[in-house]
Write a protein of this length. Structure first.
Length: 339
């Protein structure tokens, strides 16, 4: 009997110890989890503090650099405006000297493709220079006198973005007759208010149809009807209003896509600020081969300036018997300065 009591006492003691141990382990786990969470929070806070310090240092560095540059600059104000004139760039340059010595003359200077253009500023410290079309220009201002010259070069400026044109496309509605269903419409408008688009200077507009070789629809899609979609090919390039090119970056490498050329017909009526064109793509949709065809657009002016959508198609399509897939959207036409 005593042995049974002893045995029961041992069992009870072990059970109590196990329970106590379990409680202690759970407490330790909770403490470890709390420490881990505290560590993570501190790590996040330290990371945020470092980011804030880095951002503050970057902003302070930029501000200091700007103050130093402005302090060292010969001019309190400079501006550059670019417009198109007879296949030339009319560059209006203005600079206000901080200090002008007696007899000093302000001269605006531009380097384009190794050639130097110079023009003496007028009484309003402005000068207009007609220079050859180019993707970039290197402007500078010179203060000349009998004692010598003082010169300040500005950052190289990329002009291609100023000459861009926007294009939006859409397919004819499915409700239209089957013959018109294969019409693609393109609406071209200026991307910059300082560079208006005059339809009288347009020589021709053409579509480039590129066979990608990729089968997008198969015979199993037969009977699925028409599917339309949209996409934007201009998201990579931001074009803002105004004629200033300060701070702009280089545009895309212009490479004219290879494919069939299809003339576009000008619409009798355009939009409020756009010019409309259309083309019939029945020759390609009637093949019903399921291949994805991409559409690009080119525009040639009478002045000899070629615009092209270089990187992205403005529309695409594929067709099989009983099914058609069409995409349209918007894009940016860039000038080809090497044309």
């Amino acid at each position: 009997m005593n042995q049974n009591k002893l045995k029961n006492a041992v069992i009870i003691f072990c059970a109590v110890m196990l329970a106590v141990n379990h409680v202690q382990v759970r407490g330790i786990k909770r403490e470890l989890e709390s420490l881990r969470q505290e560590y993570n929070n501190r790590e996040v806070n330290i990371h945020n503090d470092l980011e804030n310090v880095r951002t503050s240092l970057y902003e302070s560095s930029n501000k200091l650099e700007t103050l130093i540059r402005e302090g060292q600059s010969l001019f309190s104000e400079t501006s550059i405006d670019v417009k198109l004139q007879d296949k030339k760039m009319a560059v209006t340059m203005m600079a206000v000297p901080k200090e002008r010595k007696s007899g000093e003359t302000l001269v605006a200077s531009i380097i384009v493709g190794g050639q130097v253009y110079q023009q003496e500023a007028d009484d309003y410290d402005r000068a207009v220079l007609l220079v050859d079309m180019a993707e970039s220009i290197k402007p500078a201002f010179v203060l000349k006198s009998s004692e010598g010259i003082r010169q300040e070069s500005l950052d190289e400026m990329y002009t291609g973005e100023l000459f861009t044109r926007r294009v939006e496309t859409n397919w004819s509605l499915d409700s239209e007759s089957s013959g018109d269903r294969n019409l693609l419409y393109a609406w071209i408008s200026p991307a910059n208010e300082s560079m208006p688009l005059d339809e009288d200077v347009i020589e021709r507009v053409e579509l480039i149809i590129r066979d990608t070789g990729t089968v997008e629809l198969s015979p199993s899609d037969r009977g699925s009807g028409n599917r339309s979609g949209s996409f934007s090919s201009s998201s990579s390039y931001s074009v803002e209003g105004g004629g200033s090119v300060s701070g702009r970056t280089a545009g895309p490498i212009i490479k004219i896509p290879q494919g069939d050329t299809l003339p576009a017909r000008k619409l009798a009526e355009g939009g409020q600020s756009s010019i409309g064109y259309t083309a019939d793509l029945s020759e390609y949709t009637n093949r019903k081969d399921g291949i994805r065809y991409e559409v690009y657009l080119t525009l040639l002016t009478k002045e000899g300036i070629l615009y092209v959508t270089p990187d992205h198609p403005i529309a695409s399509f594929s067709t099989v018997e009983g099914a058609q897939k069409r995409n349209s959207g918007d894009g940016v036409m860039w000038p080809d300065f090497q044309y």
